[in-house]
Design a protein around this ligand. Sequence first.
Ligand code: G3I
Length: 351
Amino acid sequence: MLRRTVLKGLGAASLCRLAGQAPSSTVAAPLEIPYGAAVQDGPLRGNAAYRDALTSHCQLLVGEGGLKWADVRPAPDLFVFDQPDRLLAFAAEHGMRMRGHTLAWYAAMPDWALAIRGADEAERELTHHIETVVARYRGRIPSWDVVNEPIAENPGLLSYPLRESVWQEALGSRYVELALQTAARVDPAAQLVVNEYDVEMHDPAHRRKRGALLDLVKALKDNDAPLHAIGLQGHLRGGMEVDRDGLSAFVSELAQMGVGVLVTEMDVIDKELPAPDEERDQAVAALARDFLSAICDGARPTAILTWGITDSYTWVPIWFSRDDGRPNRPLPLDVNYRRKALMDVIDSFRV
Ligand code: G3I
């Protein structure tokens, strides 16, 4: 249930492609595209202001961890569902839905799983894992990042070179289809997503990765694989430009193949952006506006999620802390839970 509204002028403003423009009158309209955020388990348990921020702004939640292999399956025969169960209960209590992240990834793997070798063992473990996890949440988690970050960092000239992982090594590109088919078999109603990053900027590496992802989607669709949407993570790089035409064309091509799009992990890496808070917040918001408007020019996203909600809890400083020592400001709320320009931009695209 969407509880928040924005001001909308033109009737046609309900088209996502007109979003980002200023409203011309004061007619309230519901925000139709759900907004959500990634949640850390620690503050979810111990910080009331954080919980309030989630319940007042979000319709969707996703665990920043908790469903990754290292968290949910620390040993071959041990599944630990505490974190996702807690998040799901919180979401349900407050009328929100939860997304699942993630079923097949190269990273956050426990040591025992990194030792998986050979096609038989890999297929057995991957299938058992997806069957167990998706079955537990069947009908309760409506959307899954089934495969996370499958494309190699620098795909070069091959058609869809996949990133090295236990799965790719043992099964080749077949693992992507296997993961999708297994998830679809267990929960035929779930939205199944391949989730990827670094495909949106004006940069040769991003362009190559986008092309490789499109080739992967074509191959999957040719085989009738149950792929419903591409998750554009959207870890946007401050200081770079969004490839608006390239991104719109990519999203249009997906739509023509019957594949939707959603924004799964948006934030702005502000390491290279100006120091003053207000100037930085405007630059962050402008980059997000370019990104969302390019997507909307191609097709309407089914959801917009940021990777965290407040600058207090973000992965960004782990890899991209600023040289001037100032805290990063990548997210829609500041450390005091005040809205920043980024939240206004997101809302303007949700009509
Ligand atoms: O669980 C341990 C905890 O026991 C220990 O006390 C603590 C000490 O540092 O580390 C904890 O594990 C950390 C975990 O986050 C939970 O906080 C890991 O070291 C750390 O590597 C892990 O980082 C996460 C990363 O994915 C790897 O799983 C980030 O929080 C999370 O934001 C990041 O999320 C990824 C998405 O899944 C995929 N797309 C990119 C995105 C950002 O990198």
